[in-house]
Design a protein around this ligand. Structure first.
Ligand code: FES
Length: 169
């Protein structure tokens, strides 16, 4: 996985608003191993994929063997260990973001860049994903593009910025 999309180091995760939804999920399950699948879902929704650092951290926090975490992460098709596209765009479709136009943003990106939600464009340039809540509702509508949070942008602004990112490929 590229450095741009790494879920990131444990120390950075603490300061990352996206990791808050992961923490929240673990907390809701009392940091118990029973919450493993939900926690992996939370990582995938927040970051668009799973990576080694996130799996290590989850294994430590939930006190389960790393091999077991890998086993679960690779058993279910839903989980991806790396985003297939060169760029990844996660559109938050949580309530706060939806109210602020996330649906339109998702539709516009899909049309503009010819990629269906939850898929990768034919040229392999963009993976378009959705999430329920990435933990920064104050910045709604929120997106995560190549690991960077974009908040409070109109659909036009998102398209404009995304076009620049994709053309830099
Ligand atoms: S609903 Fe989008 S960040 Fe919370």
């Amino acid at each position: 996985m590229s450095a741009k999309t790494d879920v990131m180091e444990a120390s950075e995760q603490k300061a990352d608003p996206r990791w808050r939804s992961v923490e929240k999920t673990m907390r809701q399950h009392g940091y118990h191993a029973n919450g493993l699948i939900e926690t992996l879902h939370a990582v995938q929704e927040a970051y668009g994929c799973l990576d080694e650092e996130a799996l290590r951290r989850i294994a430590a926090e939930l006190r389960v063997a790393l091999s077991h975490v890998y086993g679960v992460a690779t058993f279910y098709n839903y989980f991806t260990m790396a985003p297939p596209g060169r760029h990844t765009c996660v559109v938050c479709m949580g309530t706060a973001c939806y109210i602020k136009g996330a649906g339109e943003i998702m539709e516009r990106i899909s049309k503009e860049f010819n990629v269906a939600p939850e898929e990768t464009s034919d040229d392999g340039n963009l993976s378009l994903l959705s999430a329920r809540c990435i933990g920064c509702c104050g910045q709604a509508p929120a997106l995560v593009v190549d690991g960077e949070i974009w908040g409070g942008l109109s659909a036009d602004e998102v398209i404009e910025r995304l076009r620049r990112v994709l053309n830099d490929a």
